[in-house]
Design a protein around this ligand. Sequence first.
Ligand code: CA2
Length: 143
Amino acid sequence: MKNILVVNGPNLNMLGIREPAIYGRQTYADLLAYIREAASALSLNVTCFQSNSEGELVTAIQQAYGKMDGIVINPAAYTHTSVAILDALKAVALPAVEVHLSAVETREAFRQVSYAGMACEKTITGKGFAGYQEALAYLAQRV
Ligand code: CA2
């Protein structure tokens, strides 16, 4: 079985609590259950990690080196600011897919820049939880 790391960034642990019009009513626990089910259906072994801290996200990506076969990442707000996360993705050089729950390209101008996306083979936006399934399916055939 291939090993995939799913990384979620700041405030995604607050899903379902506020802003349901943008992010839906389902919680972060619901997202984890969805990802685990999708991974199981694709015969992937999945490890999920969420942090509100940029450094912890960088460390989780670094620790994937030599252990994981691919990365699915929603860096949340750090998408638009973090060269450190971009550099970590480049350093481990694993096939990576960027996922956003919302259609970031239709939102504020500052959300239309993605540093992490520059190190990803594919970006999926605006599909809610289904974006994670699509990312896992891509990596299942890629790795
Ligand atoms: O659409 C996405 O998945 C985002 O990565 C979500 C981030 C946002 O900063 C990105 O621009 C796009 C926000 C994460 C969750 O934020 C919440 C805010 C309020 C209530 C619940 C979650």
